[in-house]
Design a protein around this ligand. Sequence first.
Ligand SMILES: C[S@@+](CC[C@H](N)C(=O)[O-])C[C@H]1O[C@@H](n2cnc3c(N)ncnc32)[C@H](O)[C@@H]1O
Length: 211
Amino acid sequence: MFDFLKQLIHEFKKKYIWKKIPKCYYEIKCPYTYQAYDKQNKCWWIIYTQPLKKITNLYQTEFGKKPLSFFDCGCASGQLLVQAEEMGMTVNGIDITEYKSLHPNVTVGSILDYNKPINHDLVYCNEVLTCVKEEEIPAVLDKFKSTKMLVAVHLTTEDDEKAGGTSYREASGPRVIKSQKWWLDCFNKNGFNAKFHEKSGLFIAKPRQRE
Ligand SMILES: C[S@@+](CC[C@H](N)C(=O)[O-])C[C@H]1O[C@@H](n2cnc3c(N)ncnc32)[C@H](O)[C@@H]1O
């Protein structure tokens, strides 16, 4: 009986509460949509993320040139890889969830188990850093030390407040939701020089060993 009730509550939350969460998340952090073409299935998709151009412009501002290679950590189907390749970059990505892949260079698995070199000019983490355990974050950041720049977008406590509380933490397991300052300290403690780019709402972190 108890299990039945728990299941009922779970189903209710899934249907009426959790469904709203991605919308809140994207409204706050990624209020952009664009379309991507799935060549395999010959159809267009609507995608909510940061426009790739915006991310590469940040790189160009820092280094005075365009990135030549791009690694999307948590790349989903690889939609950004397709775009980045079209922009002339060498691309790779990994995602723990198996999607219908749009690009052959998508690896399925956790970034924590990824053992191939990641020495790309630009790494992008859309929400992934909040999805691993807090104690695993240094190991993830360590994988990006041979790159030139990491751009990260994820929820912080500031966003959580705007969205009215702790709902994000429950959305898909416990999340590491911390303040902007906590994240900057975290990047800095783990070998990066980091800043928060207010205008875009993105963290920019450059490995100290590359500077
Ligand atoms: C918000 S989506 C970002 C998709 C894509 N990068 C974009 O910006 O359009 C975050 C992705 O991170 C993936 N993810 C979460 N934890 C991960 C991990 N430990 N390793 C690899 N991918 C992970 C999720 O499966 C999800 O597809």
